[in-house]
Design a binder for this molecule. Structure first.
Ligand SMILES: C[S@@+](CC[C@H](N)C(=O)[O-])C[C@H]1O[C@@H](n2cnc3c(N)ncnc32)[C@H](O)[C@@H]1O
Length: 400
């Protein structure tokens, strides 16, 4: 089955059936042909590597993926595949999952007549949906990668949405078309670039995926205040690739991590508690800046593996070996930071303050930087701590 009209209708039915496609966006989803925005070569995952899938060689699979429920990878390794044999290691651009696209458009709360800046044009598909509803003259989209921007420009023009696609670093916004009523980033940030606030009119909104080294998974909606600050709350759970200059570079080479010389201890805190629990890992990420967590399952034994905690900036690492039917886990720590101790302390703190969920966090942006605070459920009274998790740089390559 390769008829795009049939597949598009199936996609609409799926989104409508799950309650995700609201009437406000259904017309745009029905009108914009997703396949016209996806390049002829996409990438799929095989044995932990990314391999090309060409439309000409397998039109059926290509079309199924384009209208499927998953994100479609359209670029790897910033356009220069790193693995010999033209295979890719990292996803650097993708057309996001359709249900995430619709959720974000809903959360953006853009009304006809509003002016919108999109950061991260990618394929141009999301920009076309915005243009369909708001008018192409009201939408500007910025893409850092020249080839992607060029592809999107062509696809938008061919599909009847010739809006302004700017090849530039979106962290600077796009001053010539400011002020905007809405800014929407389709790449994640660890800290919101201040130009986005400066270029949004008071009362306007900024919607962006937001994350820490430890936890990439929050959709944050900011309201811009008259005094040039912005106040954000978490409104959803999404995981996106980070903006190019905010990527997180964390990896682990277990041969270089010598457990015999590491500090040894043990814990009864389960791996699930600090990694699998969304609310806990969100809080740990806020409290333990610069620490990434990497799960390495043992491919030969079920439910067995190692959790790594790494901070490349200070050359610190910790690990926890896990296996089923145990309640005590061995810990090794090395480097100037005791990363496991920090994670465990943050986890106990999170429990002590009542296991707050995402709705309790507030993110304030001022010209001086970003502040994250834990608030009471309804009022915005702050509790005992406030930190700035904008310490880090470097790639995380997820995109949902
Ligand atoms: C998830 S994709 C965007 C999907 C896109 N909105 C679509 O509809 O296909 C994220 C995009 O952000 C772009 N990007 C990353 N850093 C950027 C930056 N600093 N400025 C502008 N674009 C950036 C990437 O090149 C990538 O194309």
């Amino acid at each position: 089955m390769t008829d795009p009209r049939v597949l598009s209708q199936q996609l609409l039915d799926r989104l409508a059936g799950s309650g995700e496609l609201t009437p406000v966006w259904s017309e745009a989803f029905a009108a914009v042909p997703r396949h016209q925005f996806i390049p002829d070569m996409i990438w799929t995952t095989h044995d932990a590597e990314l391999v090309p899938l060409r439309r000409a060689e397998n039109p059926q699979e290509w079309m199924q993926r384009v209208y499927g429920p998953a994100a479609v990878t359209v670029q790897v390794d910033d356009g220069h595949p790193l693995v010999p044999g033209r295979r890719g290691r990292y996803i650097t651009s993708s057309a996001s999952q359709p249900n995430v696209v619709v959720r974000m458009l809903d959360a953006l709360d853009a009304q006809p007549g509003m002016r919108v800046l999109e950061i991260g044009t990618g394929t141009g598909y999301n920009a076309a949906l915005l243009a369909h509803r708001l008018g192409g003259e009201n939408v500007t989209s910025v893409e850092i990668d020249r080839d992607l921007a060029e592809h999107a420009r062509r696809a938008l023009a061919t599909s009847g949405y010739p809006l302004a696609v700017i090849t530039a670093d979106g962290t600077r916004g796009y001053p010539p078309h400011a002020p905007y009523d809405r800014i929407m980033s389709t790449a994640a940030v660890q800290h919101v670039p201040y130009p986005w606030i400066a270029q949004t009119r008071p009362g306007g909104k900024i919607l962006t995926p937001w994350g820490t080294h430890y936890h990439n998974g929050a959709l944050v909606s900011f309201i811009v205040n008259r005094d040039g600050t912005a106040q954000g709350r978490i409104v959803g759970n999404v995981a996106f690739m980070f903006l190019r200059d905010q990527r997180i570079y964390a990896s682990v080479d277990d041969e270089e991590c010598d457990e015999t010389t590491a500090r040894k201890s043990q814990t009864t805190v389960t791996p699930y508690s600090v990694v699998g629990d969304y609310d806990a890992s969100l809080a740990i990420g806020m409290k333990v800046p610069g620490c990434s967590v990497i799960v390495v399952p043992d491919p030969t034994v079920e439910l067995t593996g190692t959790l790594w905690f790494v901070d490349p900036d200070t050359d610190s690492w910790a690990n926890m070996h896990y296996q089923p039917h145990t309640c005590v886990y061995p810990i090794h720590q090395s480097g100037p930071r005791n990363l496991w101790d920090e994670v465990e302390t943050a986890y106990h703190w999170w429990r002590q303050v009542g296991c707050p969920g995402p709705e309790r966090w507030q993110i304030m942006i001022t010209p001086e930087g970003q502040q994250v605070t834990l608030t009471e459920t309804s009022a915005l009274a702050t509790t005992e701590w406030s930190i700035d998790p904008m310490s880090a740089v470097g790639p995380d390559h997820r995109d949902r």
